[in-house]
Design a protein. Structure first.
Length: 181
């Protein structure tokens, strides 16, 4: 029997459901590991959003009459394993927040790719209500990615540099100005 786009759509929705569920279970560890309060708040906020993502997937599966379970997202398993390795290796280091941001953004980029794909398929299949729900989630994933980038550029990455060099960005800037005077 030939596999259809609908079957591929359903399999991918199941994969996304697994991914979101696995990530929701991993987020408390990431939140507990970080030092920056704004980063911790962002992770905790995204955990609440992720619960909503799961509920939307369940709604789509119910609407289209299939179960969203039965698949384990191996990509997310690998990304979580890598994040766990970073937590173990850098937990007592000043760069832990940068490591957590990097791990979180890898997950966000994977999710953004998945949601973009299934939105296109939902539209092709005429599942306009499903596409609308998926677009809501995609917008939240993109907003989280932007927030993580802002946090990284806004100081999280510099914390590791400051500890390594003994100078923060402002000290390095002052030195450059003094050399150019």
């Amino acid at each position: 029997m030939a596999k259809t786009l609908d079957a591929l759509f359903q399999d991918t929705i199941k994969d996304i459901y697994s991914s979101e569920t696995l990530l929701l279970q991993a987020m408390p560890k990431l939140s507990a590991a970080v030092k920056d309060p704004e980063l911790k708040a962002a992770i905790d906020e995204h955990a609440k959003e992720t619960q909503g993502h799961i509920e939307r997937i369940e709604q789509i599966a119910k609407m289209l009459n299939f179960e969203p379970t039965g698949v384990t997202c191996q990509a997310t398993v690998g990304l979580i394993k890598e994040a766990q390795e970073h937590l173990e290796e850098y937990s007592d280091e000043p760069v832990i927040d940068a490591a957590v941001v990097a791990s979180a953004q890898k997950n966000e980029h994977y999710e953004i790719a998945n949601y973009g794909t299934v939105i296109t398929w939902a539209n092709t299949l005429g599942y306009s209500e499903a596409a609308m729900l998926l677009k809501q989630t995609l917008a939240e994933e993109e907003a989280t990615d932007k927030k993580l980038t802002r946090l990284a550029k806004g100081g999280v990455n510099q914390e590791g540099v400051q500890e390594f060099t003994g100078q923060g960005p402002s000290n390095a800037e002052s030195e450059r100005e003094a050399l150019n005077a």
